[in-house]
Ligand binder design. Structure first.
Ligand code: FES
Length: 142
């Protein structure tokens, strides 16, 4: 049986629809820039893990550790913080901090890199914080 048989209507999928479907699939896999449903990594599953090397986390900035969905910041020299990278608005992945501000590009929420506190909505609740410590040259979940 093929779609060219009389009496069987098969919808054609255009290039735009196909690309849209691919985008949805990629969204579900990659998290970044997607809305809805992502959950923060449970502390007990990452306790003792090295999130990043201290040298890789810029002062006043930070990095997103995709593997754990955690953003590691260094708001002041030698001070390291870590938060869930899952936005408290609708679950998008936040971006790397700049000038001590963590921004979610989905709807523009901003969070303080030194506390995780919501600075600008629509998010109103802080990013979930993780306790971290420096061990050797690594930032480790305490
Ligand atoms: S999901 Fe982050 S601002 Fe909406």
């Amino acid at each position: 049986m093929t779609s060219t048989e009389p009496g069987i209507a098969m919808p054609e999928i255009g290039r735009r629809e196909a690309l849209g479907a691919a985008g949805v699939a990629a969204c579900g896999l990659a998290l970044a820039g997607c809305s809805g449903g992502a959950k923060a990594e449970p502390v007990q599953s990452i306790k003792g893990k090295v999130l990043a090397k201290t040298a890789d986390v810029p002062v006043g900035g930070g990095i997103v550790v995709q593997q754990y969905k955690i953003v590691v910041t260094q708001p002041a020299k030698g001070v390291f913080k870590a938060y869930s990278a899952v936005c408290t608005h609708k679950g998008c992945a936040v971006g790397s901090p700049k000038e001590n501000v963590i921004t979610c590009n989905c709807h523009g929420s901003q969070f303080a890199a030194d506390s995780g506190k919501a600075l600008k909505g629509p998010a109103t609740t802080p990013l979930m914080a993780y306790q971290v410590k420096v061990v050797g040259d690594g930032v480790v979940v305490a």
